[in-house]
Design a protein. Structure first.
Length: 116
């Protein structure tokens, strides 16, 4: 009798501790909301990077991704690929010396790039 009473009490306690059951619709709604917030955050970060480049931020040509390099004025996919393929650079002007970009291209981005 004691054993049956103890088992019943334990079962009730465990049942009370289980998380609530949520409907699939509620889960989808919460997921959609979280995804929407994440998308807004990613867009804000991307805008911050672009604004930083426009407002005097610098890009390290030895570590920057192709996407980051393409945000520089006049740097397209091919130029970004050449810059990456000619790494490392002792200073930013080495990009011209190694023929990764032209002198004119360098002049457009000179204040926006560094080589660290």
């Amino acid at each position: 009798m004691k054993r049956a009473l103890f088992c019943t009490a334990a079962l009730l306690a465990l049942t009370a501790c289980t998380p609530e059951r949520r409907s699939p619709d509620a889960i989808r709604e919460d997921t959609a909301k979280a995804t929407s917030e994440a998308v807004k955050d990613v867009k804000a970060v991307g805008k911050g990077v672009a604004d930083g480049l426009k407002e005097g931020g610098t890009v390290n040509v030895n570590t920057a991704s192709a996407d980051d390099l393409e945000k520089l004025p006049g740097i397209d996919v091919d130029s970004a690929r050449r810059i990456i393929n000619q790494r490392p650079y002792d200073d930013a002007h080495d990009m011209v010396k190694k023929h990764a970009i032209s002198k004119d291209e360098y002049d457009r981005i000179a204040g926006k790039v560094v080589a660290k």
